[in-house]
Design a protein around this ligand. Structure first.
Ligand SMILES: [Zn+2]
Length: 143
């Protein structure tokens, strides 16, 4: 028999052979997310302003490949802006949500004309990975 204990937002499972596994219960603190979103937008602007939108899901029905987030460039009259969308069904904890946010901010900060293409390898360039790594080093430390 395995033993399961839930305490302080951690699920601890002890297997019959004595191995112990700890899983944090996903906790979504939107106030912390918005604090980071505003700080990142202020400290790390892109070529055009960017907005965030939290949505229920970005995954089409029956699609097994879950979409965490996306970003697109829009034109409104003379103005251009990026819209970053984050899906709450898969980003179901504060850390997942902020990690997806950093991923999309790295996209808008390394945006090129190549990104008129469907989401594929062209999006995840060396410049993108460098920027994503930099953002993670800067903002993860503060969490
Ligand atoms: Zn991406």
């Amino acid at each position: 028999m395995s033993d399961v204990v839930v305490k302080n937002n951690i699920i601890t499972v002890t297997l019959p052979d004595g191995r112990i596994f700890n899983f944090p219960i996903p906790v979504l603190e939107l106030n912390i997310f918005w604090k980071y979103a505003k700080l990142i937008r202020k400290n790390d602007p892109a070529a055009y302003p960017y907005k965030f939108r939290l949505v229920k899901t970005l995954t089409p029905k029956r699609d097994e490949d879950f979409t965490h987030s996306d970003c697109n460039l829009y034109t409104e009259g003379e103005k251009k802006y990026f819209l970053i969308r984050l899906a709450l069904d898969v980003n179901n904890s504060t850390t997942l949500l902020i990690d997806s946010l950093l991923h999309e901010v790295a996209h808008v900060r390394t945006w090129t004309h190549m990104q008129d293409m469907p989401h594929n390898e062209a999006w995840h360039t060396d410049a993108f990975w460098l920027e994503y790594g930099r953002l993670r080093r800067v903002y993860w430390k503060e969490m």
